[in-house]
Design a protein around this ligand. Structure first.
Ligand code: NI
Length: 182
């Protein structure tokens, strides 16, 4: 296990679609995920996708803190290999996001509010869930990394992109969550 270097916005590995994983149970994928978990713990984030550690494969990990789900339970650390997402209705919400590949910045991003997603875990089992609100947002953010998309590319209003520290002087808009927290 190891802490890996995180690619920042501008690195080509973050701009191209990642490749499907043939076998989620393969030792190199298990090893990759162990290193991603170490890297995420060290960085203090809530989600990480393999391209962010310079590995262009369709692997992502995430967790949702208890206070960010309606039931207060949060979502335990989840590993998804070859994930797919579908929105379950048309509703979108604006919420603050941050990204380990875009350090220091935060932005208000529109995302689907209610989605279904599925993928495989490291045992090869299917993981299939519905998600709402912040849980849905985190999954969409990490999934986008596998498509070569960073959250600023999803923003409808770039005046809502800011250095998180500067927002202590006041928020430009009301949106879900806390700027820069993720
Ligand atoms: Ni990110």
């Amino acid at each position: 296990m190891a802490i890996l270097k995180i690619a920042r916005m501008g690195h080509p590995v973050l701009r191209r679609p990642a490749e499907p994983v043939e076998d989620p149970t393969a030792p190199e994928i298990v090893h990759l995920v162990a290193d991603m978990l170490d890297t995420l713990a060290d960085a203090g984030g809530i989600g990480l996708a393999a391209p962010q550690v310079h590995v262009p494969k369709r692997v992502m990990i995430f967790t949702v803190p208890p206070h960010r789900t309606a039931d207060g339970d949060g979502v335990a650390m989840t590993v998804l290999v070859n994930p797919v997402i579908e929105p379950l209705d048309e509703a979108k919400a604006l919420g603050w996001e941050a990204c380990l590949s875009v350090p220091g910045l935060t932005g208000a991003v529109p995302r689907w509010s209610h989605i279904r997603y599925r993928g495989h875990d490291l045992q090869g089992n299917l993981v299939a869930r519905e998600a709402r609100d912040f849980h849905a947002r985190v999954v969409q953010h990490e999934f986008d990394h596998l498509e070569g998309i960073l959250y600023p590319m999803r923003m409808a209003d770039l005046s809502l992109l800011a250095f998180a520290e500067e927002l202590k002087h006041g928020l430009p808009i009301e949106a879900d969550g806390t700027p820069g927290e993720d």
